[in-house]
Design a protein around this ligand. Structure first.
Ligand code: NAD
Length: 321
């Protein structure tokens, strides 16, 4: 993801420049930096404090996010952190406390679907009242091949995107989660894949998510919102239909970088514009990052208990009231 963000910042975002790069894998940092003429630093904390840099983007492994975001807050800098804000709800609360201490909303979280033209249009349709009051949100999240060997990653790494987008689309909060487990695919290497999550939102709307990360054929994300007087769904993202030799069809994205390239670009442009203006971005906030992690945590508990688990949320910090 870091490589992709640097590429987009360099090629497709105006008013932003990548000044320095750090990665625990120095060769990787060097190859990324060479493409955009950035410095390679050998200490992430030195990079974060560097006065020549206005803001920080964190795209390292999940477990490292908290320390880097806390350091950016201590330096008073805006920080865009890839999802998850942190893998544990308690770590997200520590970030929220530090942001409250800093006195400004400096943290953005990379739930990029909020910038996808399809999801934005879907939200607009709901807002226009054309489908009436929402009742159900059906989602599918399929990958060609799993990127993790843990069953819990289907919830904390994949379905967490649907949990965030449901909150954003419906302006609602998750109340409880149940995880249903069909027979596992023999292509899944021993993990529970696929699975079906049912999330009850506080308004009574139900969100269901099929997660299938060894679907084989590609990266396929679908979403249909059912209202009292109609439905609205994402259309196929490809702009063309190919026909030939007894076949007619649309290409399927290889992974999230293909499918959501425009969303990542818009997310980065919005962040760059916000940093230059000294304002908060329109991306998911540290609070949104906390709620997503708390809901995913309840989902992982539901997977192991086989029961419906409540999503218990802490009180919102004053900064968010
Ligand atoms: N928004 C999305 O759609 C999306 C998609 C994929 C990944 N992600 C998130 O992006 C992050 C990176 O995922 P990825 O797929 O690029 O993983 P990756 O394993 O390909 O890359 C992680 C990088 O972090 C580096 N790293 C590890 N520990 C570090 C440390 N202490 N300091 C600095 N660098 C360190 C590794 O060397 C590696 O280069 C993860 O948090 C992941 O959840 C988000």
């Amino acid at each position: 993801m870091g490589t992709e963000h640097v590429r987009l910042l360099n090629e497709a975002v105006s008013g932003a420049e990548v000044g320095a790069v750090f990665d625990a894998d120095t060769a990787r940092a060097e190859s990324v930096a060479a493409r955009c003429d950035a410095r390679v630093l050998d200490d992430p904390m030195v990079l974060i404090k560097d006065e020549a840099l206005d803001c920080v983007l964190v795209a390292s492994s999940d477990g490292t996010h908290e320390q880097f975001v806390l350091s950016a807050l201590a330096a008073g800098k805006p920080v865009l952190c890839e999802k998850p804000l942190a893998p544990e709800p308690a770590a997200c609360l520590r970030v929220l406390a530090a942001e409250q201490e800093a006195g400004q909303r400096l943290v953005s979280v990379g739930f990029m679907r909020r910038f996808d033209p399809g999801y934005c249009a879907l939200r607009g349709e709901l807002g226009s009242g054309g489908i009436g009051a929402p009742l159900l949100l059906h989602c599918i999240h399929r990958n060609a091949r799993a990127t993790s060997t843990a069953s819990s990653a289907l919830i904390s790494g994949s379905a967490v995107h649907e949990i965030d987008i449901a909150r954003w689309l419906l302006d609602d909060e998750p109340e409880s989660i149940t995880v249903h487990t069909p027979r596992a695919s023999r292509q899944a290497g021993g993990i529970q894949d696929p699975m079906l999550l049912v999330v009850r939102l506080r308004s009574g709307v139900l969100l269901d998510v099929e997660v299938f990360v060894n679907a084989g054929y590609g990266y396929d994300v679908r979403c249909e919102l059912v209202g009292e007087t109609g439905t609205v769904s994402l259309d196929a993202p490809s702009a063309t239909v190919r026909r030939g030799a007894g076949f007619q069809g649309r290409a399927v994205a290889g992974d999230w970088r293909d499918r959501f390239e425009e969303a990542y670009r818009r997310e980065l442009q919005d962040w760059a514009d916000a940093v230059r203006a000294g304002e908060s971005s329109h991306a998911a906030s540290a609070w949104d990052g906390y709620v997503a992690t708390a809901a995913a945590d309840a989902g992982v508990r539901a997977l192991s208990s086989g029961r419906t688990e409540e999503v218990a949320l802490a009180e919102q910090p004053v900064l968010y009231r």
